[in-house]
Every structure is written in C-alpha cells, then in structure tokens.
Write a protein that binds this ligand. Structure first.
Ligand code: G3H
Ligand code: 13P
Ligand code: ZN
Length: 309
C-alpha cells in the first residue's frame, strides 16, 4: 500500500469518535517500534518528521525507512511534516514524497499566518498533499524554540473559523492548554474543553489537532530517575482528558515526549544493569520494545483507533 493522506482517516475518526496517533520519528528503532505496534493493533498511523528530525536523520533515510514500514505492515500510513516553519520547507517535503505537511504560522500575526498558510495550501493541494495549520500558541519547547507559559495563548474559536475559511487548510491545531515537552502543568492539569466545543460548533465535521499530548508516563519518568536521571516534577496530559478530546472534534493527537521518555528510560536501565556492554543492539532493542508497548497502550487505551485500519 502506498503512503496515504489524512482525508479518509480523519473523516472516519470524526464520525466514530476516535483519534489517529501522530508519532514523531527520528531513527529506525523508533519507526520500527511504532509501526510494529500499529500492525499488532491494525491501526492507521501518522508518522511525523520535524525539521530537527530531518536535519538529524536526513530526508531520504527517513522516507526510505517509512517505505520499509509500509512493506512490512501493509497499513495506511501518512508521512507528515511536523511544525513546518516556511513555505520552502513544506515545498521540499511535498516534492520529496510526504503526503501531509504542517505549516506552523502560530507565532505570526493573524493575517500573516493566513497568507503563509494559504500559499502552502495552494502548492500542497496542487500536488495532492493535505495541510495542517496552527492557530493559538502552545507553551513548551520544540526544536530550539522555547515558549514561556506567559507567552502562550488559547485559540479564539471565531478566529479559528475565519482562518479555516480563508486558508482552505485540511485540519487545524488549536491551543487549549496542552504544551510541548515533559513539564506541561505547574499545578492541576486543565484543558479548555469549552474552546474545543465552540470550535467544533463553528466548524462542523472539521478535524482538529492536539499537539503537546504526551501523558509523561510516570513509569518511565520513575525509571529514568531510578537509573541516574533527573526529572523531578515532570507532568503530562491525563489520559482521560485525551480520550474526551478524541470523542469530540480532535482527530489527530501528537505524541513525541512519551516515546523519548520510554526510549531513554530503557537505555539508562540497560547501561545500569550491564555497564560492560558496548553492543548498541543490546540497549536499542529494549528501547524499541518500550516504544512498541507505549504505542500499543496509546492506540488501544487513549486514541481508540485500534482495529480501524
Ligand atoms: O513538537 C515538537 C516535537 O516534539 C518534535 O521535537 O523539533 O525536537 O524534533 P523536535
Ligand atoms: P509532546 O511533547 O507532548 O509529546 O508533543 C509532541 C508534539 O506536539 C509534536 O508536534
Ligand atoms: Zn507540536
């Protein structure tokens, strides 16, 4: 099966009240862990590549690894650019075989975000590629950009409607209180479901995207701390909130930090338990297994997209 876009995935997910997992990929073990889990659960999948991942692993390597996963799994897989920050980057991914791109103009003035997003949509649609836009600003760290909590802001539903109408985007990431990274809430986790509801009312049947949706699984934070790491106070989005979002207009849920934590935890454990080992396979295999188990858990217990491929 060739790479697919998200149109069909999202329309089915919207109707049936579940979400597709969008997992960040940086290397072979991560791609294998995620896609093995999806195969076991017969789940549709979005594999997403950030500008940093593309710089680290190289565009061609990532595309070829994902093509290998298609052959191995025969699942509907979408290859998506995460947080594209320019027309040129989006164009390069579209020309290089991606089936979906995100143009993130959330840091721009509203009209400038519309103009940039519109330009990407025109090019992408002419090449049969779908586009995700973003409106509102999440706190947290992504690539080298750090957004402090006081500079983050929630999405305005009326602006979301105008943005979608004027740009023609296929999906929209909104800010309702999630944030990137492993430190999401200083006090009690709180998401603005009222904003999500109002966006859903104004944009019927339109797929909404939730970034910064890792739960920062305590099992792996504890393992990291047990084996010499230091992550006191790490806190993520509670899974019941994600399930609720998936039953509403949210069709795509972005997860990266939980995979990083699982991988790091198992590598730390492996080094601690076998300090004489210098065979990378012996610490990368358990890390890959941990990713597979985290992704299976997300597909079945959080996203509800198991059996939907
Ligand atoms: O939202 C950002 C993702 O977690 C990707 O992170 O830009 O460090 O690859 P990265
Ligand atoms: P997390 O940092 O919560 O995993 O979010 C990832 C993300 O939004 C990627 O775009
Ligand atoms: Zn993101």
């Amino acid at each position: 099966m060739p790479l697919v876009g998200t149109k069909e995935m999202f329309s089915k997910a919207y109707k049936e009240g579940y979400a597709i997992g969008a997992f960040n990929v940086n290397n072979m073990e991560i791609i294998q862990g995620i896609t093995e889990a999806a195969k076991e659960e017969n789940a549709p999948l979005i594999l997403q590549v950030s500008a940093g991942a593309r710089k680290y692993a190289n565009h061609t390597y990532l595309v070829k690894l994902v093509e290998a996963a298609l052959i191995e799994t025969n699942l509907p897989i979408c290859l998506h650019l995460d947080h594209g920050d320019s027309f040129e980057l989006c164009k390069s991914c579209i020309d290089g075989g991606f089936t979906s791109v995100m143009i993130d103009g959330s840091h721009l003035a509203f009209e400038d975000n519309i103009a940039l997003t519109r330009k990407v949509v025109e090019y992408a649609h002419a090449h049969n590629v779908v586009v995700e836009g973003e409106l509102g600003r999440l706190a947290g760290v992504e690539d080298e950009v750090k957004v402090a909590e006081e500079h983050a802001f929630y999405t305005d539903p009326a602006e979301a409607q105008e943005f979608v109408e004027k740009t023609g985007v296929d999906s929209l990431a909104i800010a309702i209180g999630t944030s990137h990274g492993a430190y999401k809430f200083k006090s009690e986790p709180m998401l603005r479901f009222d904003i999500l509801e109002e966006v859903g009312r104004r944009l019927p049947n339109f797929p909404i995207v939730l970034h910064g949706a890792s739960s920062v699984l305590p099992e792996y934070v504890d393992m990291i701390n047990k084996f010499g790491g230091k992550m006191p106070g790490a806190k993520g989005v509670p899974e019941d909130m994600l399930r609720k979002a998936a039953s509403m207009a949210v069709c795509k849920i972005n997860i990266d930090s939980d995979l990083r934590l699982a991988m790091t935890a198992l590598i730390r454990k492996s080094f601690a338990e076998d300090p004489a080992n210098f065979d990378p396979r012996k610490y990368l295999a358990p890390a890959r297994d941990a990713i597979r188990s985290v992704v299976r858990h997300k597909l079945v217990n959080v996203l509800g997209c198991n059996g939907k491929a």
